[in-house]
Design a protein around this ligand. Structure first.
Ligand SMILES: N[C@@H]1[C@@H](O)[C@H](O)[C@@H](COP(=O)(O)O)O[C@@H]1O
Length: 260
């Protein structure tokens, strides 16, 4: 696991976007795993300005709310169309999310897992992290061997995400999400965490025990996982001398270098 600490959220998001752009430039037919959430807005904004040709890329998002149709304003499909797919002109048939309004959500989750495998797996998986250490919607207590399935959202996660909805009551109670084992199958993982609200989760993920208490800690098992964070999200890390830190105005570190 490599940790890169950048001075602020903007620089961390820009760096993450540059990793994605470099990946699709090197391999235009790459399969990307994509994420949603407020943290990703800056990433996609910068990626759109970088303007890589993603017309041959295939994408699979981590998750979708159960019960929301693709055109629901708060669906993750809509989020992706707005922030990335439409601005980059990506062909819809190459972009995949679970169908939140599928009549049988469990069957939809199984179909989604198969679709990822049929596409040859994910080359680069982008991740955010929840305040409670969740990745995708794998809430604490998720099996580290889990595959795509339905998860019940915790009150804490619904509270955190209620800012995107008119009220807490409107936040769905379930989601279809890639499992932790699905995520670990990706050939490379890049997780972005910014802001002080993520500091505890980042410390548990990087320096804590591998445990279902902090689902993101499973990334310690991944051979090619990069954690990109800003100073605020890095505040509770104790082993600072082992991490790559870019100081304001300092030389840019190469996120692909260093030791895993
Ligand atoms: N399912 C998503 C996660 O993939 C994301 O990492 C998390 C953090 O979101 P934010 O970036 O808004 O803090 O939100 C949701 O729960």
């Amino acid at each position: 696991m490599k940790v890169l600490i950048l001075p602020d959220a903007q620089k961390a998001a820009d760096r993450t976007a540059e990793v994605i752009a470099a990946t699709v430039t090197a391999r235009p037919d790459a399969t990307l795993g994509l994420a949603t959430g407020g943290t990703m807005e800056g990433v996609y904004e910068h990626l759109v300005t970088l303007g890589p040709d993603m017309s041959r890329s295939t994408t699979f998002n981590l998750d979708e709310y159960v019960g929301l149709s693709p055109d629901h304003p708060q669906s993750y499909r809509r989020f992706m169309q707005t922030h990335l797919f439409d601005p980059l002109g990506m062909p819809r048939k190459r972009t995949h999310l679970p169908r939140g309004d599928a009549p049988d959500p469990e069957a939809e989750a199984r179909r989604y897992e198969r679709a990822i495998a049929d596409a040859g797996g994910i080359d680069l998986q982008l991740l955010g992290i929840g305040r409670n250490g969740h990745i995708g919607f794998n809430e604490p207590s998720s099996s580290l061997g889990s595959r795509c399935r339905i998860k019940t959202l915790t009150r804490a996660t619904r509270d955190a995400n209620s800012r995107f909805f008119a009220s807490l009551d409107e936040v769905p109670r379930h989601a279809i999400t890639m499992g932790i084992a699905t995520i670990l199958d990706a050939r490379r993982v890049v997780l972005l965490a910014t802001g002080s609200a993520k500091a505890r989760a980042v410390a548990d993920m990087v320096e804590g025990p591998i445990s279902a208490r902090c689902p993101a800690s499973a990334l310690q098992l991944h051979p090619a996982a990069d954690i990109i964070c800003d100073e605020a999200a890095a505040a509770e890390l104790r082993l600072r001398e082992y991490y790559e830190t870019v100081h304001p105005g300092g030389a840019e570190a190469d996120v692909t270098g260093g030791c895993a």
